[in-house]
Design a protein around this ligand. Structure first.
Ligand SMILES: [Fe+2]
Length: 153
């Protein structure tokens, strides 16, 4: 496979990112209620990773799927799931971290992310690989790379 971009395979890139996000989630889960500083630090890292990931999908991957009639609905649903996750992130960011309420809400976030990842890896990504021509995949990869360089600046 050629690698004109830093992201030769967008699906693999997103899968690796999913694995990184799962690790960040378990790091937050391991923090104790008493150790707010550590919890805040892990949560902020997770939040950053989730926002960057959602951007890559919403601006590069889903638009390509929204153009195909077989996947338009899936893409629209996925965008709604992202919205839910970002609302939860916002709520968690504004709450006291050393409370049971925070832990419960974090569990809801972790569950929503896990469901969404499962749907993507089992349904959305295979369709993406099946329906898009190599040139379309390359265009998505280039778009993602551009998004990465603008968010990292
Ligand atoms: Fe994803």
């Amino acid at each position: 496979m050629k690698s004109r971009t830093a992201i030769p395979d967008p699906v693999q890139y997103l899968k690796d990112d999913h694995a990184r996000i799962a690790t960040l989630i378990s790091e937050v889960e391991k923090t104790r209620e008493g150790d707010i500083e550590r919890r805040r630090e892990c949560f902020e890292k997770l939040r950053e990773a989730l926002v960057a990931h959602a951007n890559a999908e919403e601006y590069a991957l889903y638009p390509a799927l929204a153009e195909k009639k077989e996947t338009a609905e899936l893409a629209a649903e996925a965008v709604e799931e992202h919205r839910l996750v970002s609302e939860l992130l916002e709520q968690l960011g504004g709450m006291l971290l050393d409370t049971k309420e925070w832990s419960y809400k974090f569990k809801v976030l972790a569950g929503s992310v896990a469901n969404h990842v499962e749907e993507e890896e089992n349904e959305i990504f295979p369709k993406f690989e099946e329906l898009l021509a190599p040139a379309e995949v390359d265009a998505v990869a280039e778009h993602m790379e551009k998004l990465m360089s603008t968010t990292e600046a």
